[in-house]
Write a protein that binds this ligand. Sequence first.
Ligand code: ADP
Length: 481
Amino acid sequence: PDEGKSWAPPPFEAPEVRFTKLFINGCFVDAVSGRTFETRDPRTGDVIASVAEGDREDVDLAVKAARDAFDHGEWPRMSGSERGRIMARFADLVERHADELAALESLDAGKHPAVTKAVDVGNAAGSLRYFAGAADKIHGETLRMRGQFQGYTLREPLGVAGLIIPWNFPTTMFGIKVAPALAAGCTMVVKPAEQTPLSALYLADLAKQAGIPDGVINVVPGFGPTAGAAIASHMDVDMVSFTGSTEVGRLIMEAAARSNLKPVFLELGGKSPLIIFDDADLDMAVELAISANFFNKGEACVAASRVYVQESIYDRREFKKLAERMRSWVVGDPLNDPRVDQGPQVDKVQYERVLSYIEHGKREGATLLTGGTPCGQKGYYIQSAVFTNVNEDMVIAKEEIFGPVMCLMKFRTVEEAIATRRVVRSVRAGLVWVNCYFAVCSDCPFGGRGLSGFGKDEGLHALDKYLAVKSVVTPLRGSPW
Ligand code: ADP
């Protein structure tokens, strides 16, 4: 009976926003100041909800709760396998609520719900499960001391962790930082980004349902220079793991140095290269270049914002398909149309920032092959831009744009592309993808080098960030000691 009618998806139903307050010591509470801030729908700019705005006093309360849970609570003292069991239950709950969580996140961040469910929620649950399995495998070493001593090491939870996360993959970021911290036996204060505070609060409620004791996970939404800075400079926070811009990473390290010299781990911005050699499968290369740049609207620290194409294929017909292919790349409302490839930028600030980079690129003499214009009647939509004739000195080739802007550059020889011969070994990077892109997984260490930061999220290396090594030395029997 429906023949002839075109199929339309059911309209997106905005999820109810149930959690808008700070989560401290297992309860949702107002900010001490009583202040709130608005989080907006990037498709329209309309307010989704008013959220309690945490500041220094709220961070103090959250740290106190975390400190208490660490010093006197059961979490760091229970067996690793018991912690793992509770974390696995948390993972189950995240998966069970995947649709609602993905809808909430997509609304807050302008993401595609199906992608958010698969990627953001999938990664968070994956991380919780992976580190649940690691919680009872935290061992020290025995030491062969010289002389009359014997020794061993203990790997102990560091204490109260400060976890400051960005807005581009909020649920994933929550998962990949909270999971290893939980496995290690730490307690924590999480500060989600002011653009996207809703998913962290929702996850805090699931953590409580899973049986994570009060005070172990505290969530304080608020702004960077206030709530974020209060965490970084707090005398009772024992470590900070941060994902965000290089500029703020420096501030956090300074604050840590000036306060209690807490260790800091930084996962910062990037300007990742994608190198396409002339022997590549060009259809695949075109698809990879597009998804590596425009996935998540280019809001990814690993976006391949510099695409180096070997000269011999740069002008080939197959490669020109890139421009053709972009004609069928759909920018629009990802919540109401599943055919949409790319949603709106996260907020007005980012939208204007990306457009100004595009203008800058044009002024610098790069050629805009396609896109680069605002689109839609309202909201923060940008037609993805592909620039050609980009050279290394241009600002668009040097600075992280964090939006849908691809820069194509030519190179002749491998040496010219990377100034050396063995590509994978000689690239100074935290992660190299060969014939693929965005391949991430809970057991694959993730994090950059140089100005992109240090310390890994994911993989067993991530656990080390949340553990302190204590060496224990005793005299051998019969020694004069
Ligand atoms: P982006 O440029 O991607 O928004 P930011 O580095 O500004 O990245 O933000 C990432 C996270 O860091 C957010 O949670 C933000 O609130 C927080 N932040 C921003 N400024 C500071 C600061 N001075 N101290 C601590 N955290 C901050």
